[in-house]
Design a protein around this ligand. Structure first.
Ligand SMILES: Nc1ncnc2c1ncn2[C@@H]1O[C@H](COP(=O)(O)OP(=O)(O)OP(=O)(O)O)[C@@H](O)[C@H]1O
Ligand SMILES: [Mg+2]
Length: 256
């Protein structure tokens, strides 16, 4: 479904993705890991056709995705329906006066049938039915996250790109989200720095290093169990802590 070949990307003169290569098959669930600033969100934006590589190629369903290709309205319409991105910050996605309008927006743009039924179905599935007439701006962070999720799932996409989807969710909702994701019959790429959550989000991990290259692509558990790889990705930390009266410092992989 996805093929990335020798892809590089820079914001002005700052290179944030270097010579990236990978392929993702249909229905695969992939976790994208890497420290702050390693380029995860940038990569998801490229996969969603919002920004374009300086070098290398990105193929989605065997089509080369370029700015020019997406100027073709019919192609862009198909692409935007099947390839969706949940932004890291829900506030940057929300702009409609009601939750209902927020969820219906994409379907209206695409002039789909059965909008009302679909909006209500997904609002119910995500537990936000009672907010349909409310302003999405008045909701809590987690509730906003669910509205954003409903607004992309309602399109019944083939590829879901999820940027830190559980960042605003409480433990119960995170548990629900993991179950929900595992039942979803869609290709999903999810970013996180949460190592204990990562294996729940997919079997395969792709890891970006601080210098913006892929340093691991494979079984997620093998990555998490390998302290040398974790150190290379800077995904372990040291801090002082106490065991009884003893205060000492060693590597930790737990999440805060
Ligand atoms: N619009 C932008 N203009 C200029 N630089 C940017 C822009 N967006 C991101 N960057 C820079 O590109 C680098 C990669 O950012 P990106 O958001 O992709 O990282 P990330 O891995 O998603 O980080 P985080 O874990 O903090 O979400 C960072 O150094 C960031 O400062
Ligand atoms: Mg990010």
């Amino acid at each position: 479904m996805i093929r990335i070949e020798n892809l590089s990307f820079s914001y002005e003169d700052k290179q944030v993705l270097k010579d990236i290569n990978f392929s993702i098959k249909e229905k695969e669930k992939v976790v994208l890991l890497g420290i702050n600033g390693s380029g995860k969100s940038t990569l998801l934006k490229i996969l969603n056709g919002l920004i374009f590589p300086d070098r290398g190629s990105y193929y989605f369903k065997d089509e080369l995705i370029t700015e020019k290709r997406l100027k073709d309205k019919e192609f862009a319409r198909k692409f935007r329906k099947s390839n969706v991105l949940l932004f890291q910050s829900p506030d940057s996605m929300i702009f409609n006066p009601t939750v209902y309008d927020e969820i219906a927006f994409g379907l209206r743009q695409l002039s789909q049938d059965g909008i009302d039924e679909k909006v209500r179905f997904w609002a119910d599935k995500l537990g936000i039915y009672r907010y349909l007439d409310r302003s999405p701006f008045e909701l809590s962070g987690g509730e906003k996250q669910k509205v954003c999720l409903a607004s992309i799932l309602v399109l019944e996409p083939e590829l879901l790109l999820l940027d830190e989807p559980t960042a605003n969710l409480d433990p119960r909702t995170t548990g629900w989200f993991i179950d929900f994701l595992s039942e979803l019959d869609t290709t999903v790429i999810t970013t996180t720095h949460n190592l204990s959550l990562a294996p729940e989000l997919g079997e395969r991990g792709i890891v970006l290093s601080e210098d913006h290259t892929v340093i691991y692509d494979g079984d997620i558990n093998s990555f998490i169990d390998n302290i040398d790889l974790l150190k290379k990705a800077n995904l372990v930390h040291t801090h002082y802590h106490r065991h009884g009266k003893l205060k000492h410092k060693h590597y930790h992989t737990h999440d805060f």
